[in-house]
Design a protein around this ligand. Structure first.
Ligand code: TRP
Length: 458
């Protein structure tokens, strides 16, 4: 490499590797997607299916990404260039950079609403609130053009500042300090929720085992969720793994991250549903649950505003650590492939996301300023979500496992995953390779065909 390339940064320890990776996985998905999907689709039975999906799709893809990243020690595009010089495989990296932008356009918008709600909760805006009251606050925060844009820019500025501080002083320090805080806050909300009179019903909704709900489309929902939850298919894990320590046990790390992430999702569900059922509300998904039902329910409790503030702080932490990994992908791409300094790259990418993010934020609701513009029958917000989650991520994941399963030399894969023979996990790796070559790709093809509507399972 030319002399202007500084020594590449690394995480300082195995613990730092764990927290950074977990920080990427834990995000808004844990709070507004996972608990609801679990409750709605068969509770304990869905959880069982989800864990199988994590096992057969999530972990093989994650480990494949770890391998590519740590072996090449490059950004998502450069990594494929280095491992398969001159081949078209680096298209995976370009798709990843594109997916990272598309996800950030709408993710930073939702994160902006979450940040804004911390201050609303703190000010006591939700005290003794009615249904009309929460609706009007939500409308103000989401539909009126300026406040959500300003909050989105604040979110992007926070992410930019952390990223400019670097891998160790930024990503590592923030994830190591904030994830334990998130954990503590979620436990506090859990204790409060579990001591309510209707706790039983909420737990029933989340955990009741109902295998009759497990149909093929539900299985595919679980597959898609496992993918989004674990930040797979777009080079986030490749990029983070390029900073991993040489002696990290990547298989163990992937299992720990998947398990901890699932625990955080369940703890979020335990905080949410007992409270919702105690007040005779209907559990719903997405924005309604997070920004209307929860404020209404929590604010009726003693110390409700404090609890609500805690809840939105923990949601902001989750969203922010996930965004660090999303934005890091284009940041290192622009700095390593295009020669920008890290700071310039962060600024450039923040501007790109802020500029196109306007389209998502102003189309988040039907009544928003750009809410009635339709492309392929979807508004901008939904379009960005659809192209990234339903197309780019599963295709990216499929190509990554194909690359590792069929292009990479098996001996080299084994050498990397055993840390050059120092780990005693060869039989495990042999089974992993089998799953990576023959099972994961087939399942991913099914997910993809279903999500774009080419096959219809039911
Ligand atoms: N996993 C995060 C969540 O659950 C979101 C996320 C971060 C993500 N990086 C990603 C999703 C990469 C897909 C791909 O909210």
């Amino acid at each position: 490499m030319e002399s202007h390339h500084k020594v590449r940064e690394k995480f300082s320890s195995g613990l730092a590797v764990f927290f950074a990776t977990l920080g990427s996985a834990v995000g808004l998905g844990n709070i507004w997607k996972f608990p609801y999907l679990t409750g709605e689709n068969g509770g304990g039975a869905f959880l069982f299916v989800y864990l199988i999906c994590v096992f057969f799709i999530g972990l093989p893809v994650m480990i494949a990404e770890f391998y590519v990243g740590r072996k090449a020690r490059q950004n998502a595009v450069g990594a494929f260039d280095k491992l398969a010089p001159g081949s078209p495989w680096k298209v995976i990296g370009f798709m990843g950079v594109l997916a990272s932008y598309l996800i950030m356009f709408f993710y930073s918008c939702v994160a902006g609403w979450v940040y804004a709600y911390i201050f609303k909760a703190l000010r006591g805006d939700f005290t003794a609130i009615t249904t009309e009251g929460v609706q009007s606050i939500f409308g103000q925060a989401v539909v009126s053009p300026l406040p959500p844009l300003v909050w989105q820019w604040i979110v992007l500025a926070v992410v930019a500042i952390i990223l400019i501080c670097g891998v160790q002083k930024g990503i590592e320090r923030i994830t190591k300090t904030l994830l334990p805080v998130l954990f503590l806050l979620i436990i506090i909300c859990d204790i409060r929720s579990l001591t309510l009179s209707g706790a039983r019903e909420g737990l029933d909704f989340l955990f009741r085992v109902d295998f009759s709900k497990i149909t093929p489309p539900v299985i595919l929902t679980a597959l898609g969720l496992a993918f989004f939850k674990l930040s797979l298919g777009m080079g986030c894990m490749i990029t983070y793994a390029s900073y991993f320590t040489e002696n990290n046990n990547m298989i163990a790390n992937s299992a720990r991250v998947a398990l901890s992430d699932t625990i955080v999702s369940l703890l979020a569900g335990i905080a949410i549903f007992p409270a919702v059922f105690s007040f005779g509300m209907q559990p719903g998904a997405g924005p309604g649950l997070l920004f209307m039902t929860i404020p209404m329910v929590f604010s009726q409790l003693p110390f409700g505003n404090i609890l609500l503030t805690a809840f939105f702080i923990l949601s902001s932490i989750a969203a922010t650590t996930a965004m660090l990994s999303l934005v890091e992908v284009p940041v290192v791409y622009w700095s390593e492939q295009r020669g920008l300094s890290r700071t310039k790259s962060v600024i450039l990418n923040t501007i790109i996301i802020a500029a196109f993010g306007v389209l998502a934020t102003l189309s988040a609701d039907k009544t928003s300023l750009l809410g009635n513009i339709q492309i392929f029958g979807k508004g901008f917000f939904d379009l960005f979500d659809y192209i990234s989650s339903n197309i780019l991520l599963p295709v990216g994941g499929l190509l990554i496992v194909m690359f590792v399963g069929y292009v990479v030399k098996q001996d080299d894969y084994i050498r990397e995953l055993t840390n050059h023979g120092t780990l005693n996990n060869k039989p495990l790796i042999q089974s992993l390779i089998f799953v990576t070559k023959y099972i994961t790709p087939i399942l991913l093809v099914l997910v993809f065909l279903n999500s774009v509507g080419l096959i219809k399972l039911n």
